[in-house]
Design a protein around this ligand. Sequence first.
Ligand code: FE2
Ligand code: FE2
Length: 156
Amino acid sequence: MDAIVLLKEDHKTVEKLFKQFEKAGDDAAQEKRTIADRVIEELTVHAWIEEQLFYPAAREAAPDTKDHVLESIEEHHAVLWMLSELKGMEVSDERFDAKMSVLMENVRHHVEEEEQEWFPEVRKAMGRNELKDLGERMEAAKADAPKADPLAVPSA
Ligand SMILES: [Fe+2]
Ligand SMILES: [Fe+2]
């Protein structure tokens, strides 16, 4: 699969989970826990494959994306720390919903920048075959990603 298509599919999966979380009632503690745990796993794996493979390849193919990549890494850093806090926090904690809400704002902003501001430059610079080859390596790397440990991603 094309690397950028793969990343956008991940973004959609996460957005669906965010919508589910927003729809869950105030007392749906069990459901919120399940959704939050899936968000933690999806975003940890996603950040991992971006940092291990996509971001370095993007910088090499399109050096002008350097500042976007560096900003993205700092955004990952903040998100990964929030994920690690959510992991250890009870849903009943009065800070839980607020932390999820700030996480969602951060991730939505980050995804919008990736998709609108600099992924198109990477697509132009790489071409179809390189994107496909990179996508295959990213798909395979998902198996090695630290699923339940956000702080094991390099930018954390
Ligand atoms: Fe990212
Ligand atoms: Fe992303």
